[in-house]
Write a new protein. Structure first.
Length: 218
């Protein structure tokens, strides 16, 4: 049986009800009830450290201080995962805007030798040397984490697959301010050009939704 998620549309914005009450941005506007396919469950993946990079987006104090979910939900999952990734020897890369480059949360801050990209757009590949830096290290798979799923993570995942990277997004390391933004962000990621709506594990040059406790390094 096909599962559907109830969605409300108001003033051009989708409001997906995924547990709890949705926050209508324009309560004086009439709502339209729609349906969209439910997101597939995250899947287990095994990754090769030599060809995998961890790309960290906007885990910075100015953003995370104003977005409670960053520190209450994302950071507790990300901190032990970062430790595992570094222990496995993954290349680690960071991307944020210039004013925030020195303001990374200490639990997940860059280390000596990490790649650091100053971006001007949500897609961290746009007009930066990120692709060149990753390919120089033989990277073919990117684990993408950070704020927010419906913004930088979604757009950077498209930039990555367009450049032939396979992308893994741990769902517990990214979110958005509202439930409907989060749902739409994950759907947008899976529904991109080289999409993966069934969430086939490690579909080549496409995105996969996983979770930190479902990712192993081999």
């Amino acid at each position: 049986m096909t599962r559907f998620r109830t969605v409300l549309l108001t003033n051009g914005v989708l409001l997906a009800l995924c547990g709890g009450a949705a926050e209508a941005q324009a309560p004086n506007k009439p709502l339209l009830t729609l349906q969209m396919p439910a997101l597939p469950d995250p899947v287990r993946v095994g990754l090769k450290p030599a060809t995998t990079a961890l790309l960290v987006l906007d885990y910075v104090e100015p953003i995370c201080s104003s977005q409670p979910k960053c520190k209450s939900q994302m950071l507790p999952a990300m901190t032990p995962f970062m430790e595992r990734a570094r222990k496995a020897g993954l290349v680690v890369a960071y991307g944020t805007r210039e004013p925030n480059m020195s303001k990374w949360l200490p639990e997940v801050a860059p280390a000596a030798g990490d790649i650091k990209i100053t971006n001007i757009a949500q897609d961290r590949f746009y007009n930066t040397d990120l692709d060149k830096a990753l390919k120089a290290k033989g990277i073919t798979t990117i684990i993408m984490v950070g704020w927010k799923v419906s913004g930088s993570v979604a757009y950077t995942s498209v930039g990555a697959t367009l450049r032939d990277y396979t992308v893994v997004i741990p769902v517990d390391t990214t979110t958005a301010a509202t439930d409907y933004e989060t749902t739409i962000g994950f759907y947008q990621i899976l529904n991109q050009g080289n999409g993966n709506l069934t969430n086939e594990p490690l579909k080549p040059k496409a995105p996969t939704l996983s979770r930190t406790d479902m990712i192993t390094f081999r």
